[in-house]
Design a protein around this ligand. Sequence first.
Ligand code: PEP
Length: 256
Amino acid sequence: MKKRIIAGNWKMNQTKDTAYAMLRGLADFCASNDIPSDVEMVVCPPYPYLSLAVDTLKDSPVKVGAQNCSHESNGAFTGEVSSAMLADLGVSHVILGHSERRKYFKESDSLVLKKTRKAMSAGLQVILCVGEELAVREDEGQYLFVKNQLKDSAFLLSSANLKNLIVAYEPIWAIGTGKTATPEQANEMHYYIRDQFAENFDQPSANELSILYGGSCKPANAADLFAQVNVDGGLIGGASLTAENFTGIIDKTFPA
Ligand code: PEP
């Protein structure tokens, strides 16, 4: 069954204390609210706080994800973290292909594909990010741009891999800018992405794929975005840093 997913990407933020406060608040929220069974919540802290997250959320339905992993299995790769290590810690998800990693660390679609394969072989669910810059949208090139990103990454996976794949459409012009795609813009792109998956794989698999929207989501705009038929939840950056904002999104979007 297709899941509705709210995933929080903390990026390189939080201290041990603020991380714990957010995680504790989220665990308490889950203990006192009925979360619909098709709703999955994921928190993606920086590596040093992953164990804290796994421990604090162990009695809650919230899953823990990482923000990156290596495309290598193990060995002399100083500073890298393998997907097997993440799985060993109790991490279940990993964000790959985020626009910040593409921009600042020059990650290509082929590297994203290698990482995706490695992560899936360790049993992780991959949240694969795609999305265009403002200039591309202004030229109305967003569909071709996203199609090309998927062509060189997700469309090279096997159909068996799709059950471990979540796609996040994150228009770069909406990330951390306060500028959100309209619900219609998000829905149109998500429809297109699903259609492309149907063409490259099959319609039932495409229908099962969770496609998240990311870009300046907050409690005030989440309900309208996630009410769209092709928007299956969100990847949340800034508004995932406090339990108040993150649970505000969950609560307004998926009231029990
Ligand atoms: C993100 O970077 O994944 C993101 C969606 O950020 P924000 O919500 O802050 O725009």
